[in-house]
Design a protein around this ligand. Structure first.
Ligand SMILES: [Zn+2]
Length: 217
């Protein structure tokens, strides 16, 4: 059976979107395909996608998804390629890296903070690179556990540090808005590598640094 639904009327596209929507402007993301899917969702829930307030919604959602999943089209490890050689053998920690990701089970946001640390063994990167690393892995359909291990493993692979650690605290809207409705509950995951995994005092030190409150380091 051929599909009976017409394609979205071009008039409904956001005029601020660049060019005709048959030419996805955002790399590999097929914006018109998302637009058609969003229109289908609106019809499926009983909405009228042609009412005024929803006319531009499929295009807006398509562009939002393209942005939220931009990490799929990059290798976040590239942020760790520019290294400095430093005789610095103390912990480097970047705390409270705010991130926004999408739970891959529900495509609903989960947001929180990542704390990323490593103990250099000759290779050091700029602090902003640690934030970009988290951002790159967050901007894709994710689960928090994998996000945590991807960040720690990237540090290990690119910097060969004596130790690496990533702790993530996040709130999942798929939990707080629906289902169990655990308002305000936070999920905490950690990935420890090298000395932070194997040495009890190093592990205790890094975890207490990560959890210190109010910039009281
Ligand atoms: Zn979920």
């Amino acid at each position: 059976m051929p599909p009976t639904r017409p394609n979205p009327d071009p008039r409904h596209r956001d005029p601020s979107a660049a060019g005709p929507s048959t030419t996805p402007s955002d790399d590999a993301v097929d914006l018109p395909r998302i637009e058609r899917a969003v229109r289908e969702i609106l019809l499926a829930v009983g909405e009228d996608p042609d009412r005024e307030g929803l006319l531009k919604t499929p295009n807006r959602v398509a562009r939002a998804y393209a942005e939220l999943m931009a990490g799929l089209r990059e290798d976040p490890r590239r942020h760790l390629k520019t290294v400095f050689t430093e005789r610095y053998d103390e912990v480097v920690l970047l705390r409270d890296i705010e991130f926004h990701s999408l739970c891959e089970h529900h495509l609903l946001p989960f947001t929180g903070r990542a704390h990323v640390a490593y103990l250099p063994d000759g290779k050091v990167v700029g602090l902003s690179k640690l934030a970009r690393l988290v951002e790159g892995f967050a901007r894709r359909p994710q689960v928090q556990e994998r996000l945590t291990t991807q960040v720690a493993d990237a540090l290990v692979e690119e910097l060969s540090p004596a130790g690496a650690a990533c702790v993530i605290e996040a709130t999942h809207t798929c939990m707080t808005m629906r289902g169990a409705k655990k308002h305000g509950s936070t999920m905490v995951t950690s990935a420890l590598r090298g000395v932070f995994k194997d040495n009890a005092s190093s592990r205790a030190e890094i975890l207490s640094l990560m959890h210190a409150k109010g910039g009281s380091l």
